[in-house]
Design a protein. Sequence first.
Length: 340
Amino acid sequence: MNESSYITTFVSPIEGGKIRCDICPRYCVLGKGQRGLCFVRKNMDGKLVLTTYGRSSGIAIDPIEKKPLYHYYPGSSVLSFGTAGCNLTCKFCQNWDMSKSRQMDILQVSASPEQIAQSAVKNGCKSVAFTYNDPVIFMEYAIDTAIACHELGIKTVAVTAGYINPEPAIEFFKHMDAVNVDLKGFTNGFYQKLCSAHIQPVLDTLAYIGNETDCWLEITNLLIPGYNDSTTEITLLCEWVVNTLGDTLPVHFSAFHPAYKMMDVPHTSTETMMNAQQIAKSTGLKHVYLGNVRTPSGQNTKCVNCGKVLVLREGYRTQIIGLENGQCVECSTRCNGIWD
């Protein structure tokens, strides 16, 4: 595939024949032939090129709950795909074989935007998810795919860390129907030490999506023992969500499993997960979920008024048992979400 066919925007010329990529807060300055930290954006003869356009590292059909999205067409199927590379350097990455790849031969599947959209229709999927690695680095491919999906009545989902500049964020998220943002931690020190990044751009992205777009938004926070699982940090994160995005926004705490460069860090305990849920609820959050761990109260969606179970989940098996037209069948209270 000819890389020069996929010339990207959001680029600035720099003296000396270099160019600057303006997609994310790294602002990589690239000489001729150089690639950005994400590895997939390259200076080719003074033009910024997306080298992974039209090529996927894999395609699968998942339940929407796996993204995770719990208040967005629960029980529906989503066609998931990603490419290679990432603009963060997370030492705990659980998709590191794709996101950290520097081998372009990992991209085994040639898939045009139209082919992906047609595959979603053929397989009875409600939506297509841009996932596995962060879609902001292949945003042109994701946007063209989203356009093709919408033409066929297919929804689009972005699973992202939200490390993107404001102007490209406007262009990207206007094509998305739902977003799950992975909020890695709630201190700048965490982002600097483990992700080689800064937290403020992520918070800015979250505030933009939640308050200025029509995207359905949910947040995931991976709790890593000894790094971001303190009561203080969890409390600050939850208070920020309540004050900035509202108390009905779903928040997912996910248990850490040793991965990539953090194989020596233990699994997150069930006690830590339950504690996080209690902290979140004490700050006022109404919908708090626990992932990568089985608990009696970590997966079900309940009415915020009467407590009735609205959506019952056992693993990835989902049953809508207490919702009708988005309202609790017992007390008629509206549950915030996008429901069939």
